[in-house]
Design a protein around this ligand. Structure first.
Ligand code: ASP
Length: 250
C-alpha cells in the first residue's frame, strides 16, 4: 500500500504541478514553458504518461506532446508509457530522466498506474529527485490523494492514494471569483466539505494560469495572474504572489 511521504522524505522533490495544459488565450503549455525548463533542468529523456486520455486517443496525444516539447527546447527525447508492454513499464520508468504526466481523467490515470504496479516506483524516483511535471490530472496525482479532482469516477480504483509529492490535495481549474463568482462559490463549498471531513488534509485550488513549483517542502505559486486558494480545517487563504513559500500553510 502506498503511503504519504513525510517532509523529510520529500526533501529532494523537484516538481511542477500545472493546473491547465491550455491557459485560455494562450497556446498549449505556452504559459508554463519557463517553469518546465526550470523543472527539467538538464533532463532530456522524458517519459510521457498519458493514461488520463482514453486509450484510443493516446497515440495522437503523444504525437502532439512531442511537437509541443520541441517548441519548449531542443533535445527533448519523449517516449510514451502507453507504447510499452506491461512487462516493460517498470524499465521505462527507471530509464526516465524526467516525467511528464498529462491531463484527462484522473481516475483512469491512477487505475492504469496501479494496474501496472507503478505508483510506488514513480513515487520512489520522484522522491529521489527525478523531475516530475504533471498537468491537471497529472497534477492531481502529485497530491496525497485524488480527493479534489473535478473528474467523474470513470473507473474503479484500488485506492485514492497518490504520489504525495505535495503534502496536500490538489484541485486544478479552480474558478477565479473575478470571472465566475457562481462557479467559484460552488467549488469553495465542495472543497470546504472535503476539509471538514478530512481534517488532516489541506486542499490547494489553483486557477488555470497557475502552477505549483515544488522544491522539497517549499511550494511556490507561479503563473501570471494566477491565484491559489488554500483550505485547511476552518482556515482559508488566498495567495497571488509567486514569491511566498506556501509550504508552512499546508
Ligand atoms: N479533467 C481534469 C484534467 O484536465 C482534471 C480535473 O479537473 O480534476 O486533467
Amino acid at each position: 500500500m502506498i503511503s504519504a511521504p513525510d517532509s523529510k522524505q520529500r526533501k529532494k522533490v523537484n516538481a511542477l504541478l500545472i493546473s491547465a495544459t491550455t491557459n485560455p488565450g494562450q497556446k498549449s503549455l505556452e504559459h508554463a514553458h519557463e517553469m518546465i525548463i526550470d523543472t527539467f533542468e538538464t533532463a532530456k529523456r522524458i517519459l510521457l504518461i498519458n493514461f488520463a486520455s482514453l486509450s484510443e486517443k493516446r497515440d495522437s496525444y503523444a504525437k502532439r506532446m512531442r511537437t509541443e516539447f520541441s517548441k519548449i527546447g531542443a533535445g527533448y527525447d519523449m517516449y510514451s508509457l502507453h507504447e510499452c508492454a506491461f512487462s516493460e513499464c517498470a524499465d521505462a520508468v527507471n530509464a526516465a530522466d524526467g516525467f511528464y504526466v498529462s491531463g484527462g481523467n484522473t481516475f483512469l490515470l491512477l487505475k492504469e498506474l496501479y494496474d501496472r504496479n507503478l505508483v510506488g516506483l514513480i513515487q520512489k524516483r520522484a522522491l529521489a529527485g527525478t523531475p516530475y511535471i504533471g498537468s491537471s490530472a497529472g497534477s492531481n496525482i502529485g497530491g496525497e490523494v485524488i480527493g479534489a479532482t473535478n473528474d467523474f469516477p470513470l473507473v474503479d480504483i484500488p485506492t485514492r492514494r497518490s504520489l504525495g509529492l505535495l503534502g496536500a490535495v490538489y484541485n486544478p481549474h479552480h474558478p477565479d471569483p473575478a470571472s465566475d463568482k457562481t462557479q467559484f462559490d460552488a467549488r469553495q463549498w465542495k472543497i470546504g466539505e472535503f476539509v471538514a471531513h478530512n481534517r488532516d488534509q489541506a486542499v490547494l485550488g489553483v486557477t488555470n494560469p497557475g502552477m505549483l513549483r515544488i522544491r522539497g517542502d517549499k511550494v511556490y505559486l507561479a503563473g501570471a495572474g494566477a491565484a491559489a486558494f488554500i483550505h485547511r480545517n476552518e482556515d482559508r487563504f488566498v495567495v497571488h504572489s509567486t514569491l511566498e513559500d506556501l509550504g508552512p500553510s499546508l
